[in-house]
Structures are given as structure tokens and as C-alpha cells.
Design a protein around this ligand. Sequence first.
Ligand code: 9MR
Length: 371
Amino acid sequence: MLGLAGLGLAGCGTRARGQQPGMVAPAGDGLGELARARGITFGSAVQAELLGRDPLYAAAVTTEAQLLVPEWEAKWEALQPREGEFDFGPLGGVASFAQAQRKQLRGHALVWHKAMPDWLPPALAEGPARARAVLAAHIDAVLGATQPVIRDWDVVNEVLANPPGSRFTEQTPARGVFRDSPWLRALGPEYIELALRLARQRDPTLRLTINDYGLEGDTPWAEQKRQAMLALVRALLAARCPVDAVGLQAHLQLDEPFRPEPLAGFIQSLRSLGIAVLITELDVREGARLPPGLEARDAAVAAYVQQVVGTALAAGCRTVLTWGLSDRDSWLVQDPDVARRDGQQHRGHPLDAEFRRKAMWQALALSFAGA
Ligand code: 9MR
């Protein structure tokens, strides 16, 4: 059991790394406070490295977010770079900041087909017994260390395949409704149940979340994915497998049609099964054709966000996280598969690249106020 010391929290001071004395945070209440007044939790993905070296970034997180999720630091590659050697250093950076600023933390992600250390896929390919053993060892060590500070984990991430014909950036090989991955090849779909059961055993009061993308839009493939998620949750519950929540990543795309009813119905179906629903990774990719001028672009992003978040909140979602707060540091500008190719940068976060609040910030504030 590594506990708090393992997360680098022991002995940390009251001032977060990166917080300079006298630094002025943006005026007014942040989104976190506005949300909290309505019984909603608002937060963001964060990067330990930026929290540590960029005062503007750290100040924005301090002001706006109540809940933090590490964007990379709790992935397998970060936590167990070599088999049996755990490194809680980077995650400890996020945890120290959270503790100093009195923010909550959530975990992301115990099982994913990406951000795997090099040794892991070959180990899984050695067969089911070996795959079960490495999964159990990882969950045991990680939940043992994070139990004091992380009470909600994305236990499995992106386990569903993208339906054929979908317009997701990533075309996934599939086995039925499940994504073909080293985990699926090693253990079949039972790896999902195994991970959830191991997590419950290791930390009986932890919230166990299944996280996925492409579940929000009004398209045939989003509907297929929603049905696959519902079927998965029903099957898990029927097998008496623990599961508490579904995370809707909400990497939204303005080109994708949206209508409230399909999303609201989906959330209500999950809630009627006793499953909480969170928005876990909200950001927005703008369309192929941009309206003229930043104001019109930001208004389009804001209108879309208000519809989606407003729908989710009205249907009973109580937690919203954006995948980063500002347009500056996002995968939307860094990942060549999603970055714009027209010389522009997506404006899909509440703050612009200079950390100024945009129309999307207002849209979130209005959505919280209306909840
Ligand atoms: O935003 C994250 C990026 O910085 C990382 O390089 C990448 C791989 O670890 O993961 C990105 O976050 C992804 C998240 O973990 C799962 N949903 C999709 C996110 C964007 O790709």
C-alpha cells in the first residue's frame, strides 16, 4: 500500500506548485463555483507538467475547476512504465495540486487500448492467465495508492467499437460491438467484467465508471453505440457485476447533428438502471467550413455546447468536465488527426489560447444556472 506518500502528497505545502504569491486569478466566480451552487460538479482534465511550470494555467484551474482528472498521469504508461515498477510521481503532482487547492480528483483510466507501456501488449499476448495476473497486479497497486484521494475511476475506457460507417476520426476494428484491442484478444469481453470486479474488491466504495465517446449525437452510429452501451450495462448488472456510472466523453463535433431527445432518453435509461451519468471530456471540434470571424465561430461552439450540456443536466447528469480549459494546450491542436488543416485552431474550450473566457464559458455558466 503506497497511500498518500506514494502519491507524493506527504509533506506538501499549502501552496500548489506553480502558484506564485500575489498572482491574480481571473475576476468573478469560476465555473466550479457557479456549478456547485446548483448541485453540479464542474472540473477539467489537467497536466501535471503545466500545473508545475505555468502560473496562468494553474490559476485558471484554481479558479474554474472543482474536480480534476489527470490527462495522462494515471494512464498505464505513466503508472507502470516497466512491469512491476510503479511511478506515482506525475500523478502525485496532480494530487498535490488538488490537495493544496481543495479540489477533488477522479482517475483515468485503469484499462485502455492506448497509452500502454511497450511491455504490456506482448505480456497480454502470452495468454489469459498472464493477462489476468497483470491486470490484477496493476489494479491492486494503483487503487491501493490512490484510494485516499481518488473516489471515482474510469475503470474501462473506450471498450465499444465504432459502428461501421461512422464518421469518427478513428476507424476501429471490431469484434461484434466491442473494440478489438490487446485486452479483448487476451481475455474476450470478460476483461471488462474482470476489471470492474477487481476494482470493487480492491476498493469497495470506489465509484466504478465506464467511459466512452461518440454517444451524444443524432446519427445512426451514435444511436448504435448508445444501444451497445445500454446492452453492456444491462449485461453487467444481470451478471451482478459492479458498475456505478457511465462517462460520456463528449468530444463534440459541430458537423454532427444533435437533437436533445436521443441523448436525454439514453441518460434516462441509464439512470433508471441506477447508473449515474457524467460528462467526462467535453470539448468541441469546429466544422469543415468556419463562419466568418471569431465571434460567430465562438457563438456556434457555445450554442452547441449549451444544447448538449443543457440536455444532459436536464436528464440528471450532475458532473461535467472539460478536456482542458483553454484552446492552447489541447489535443485538438496537438493531435494531427483532429487538428485543423486550414491554419486555424479549434476554439472548443471555455477559455481561449490566452485564457480569456469565451462564449463557451458563458454557455456552461448558463447551463448550470438553468439546471
Ligand atoms: O488528451 C490526451 C493526450 O494528451 C494524450 O496524448 C492521449 C494519449 O494518452 O490521450 C488524450 O486523451 C484522450 C483520453 O485519454 C481518452 N479519450 C480521448 C482523449 C483525446 O484523445
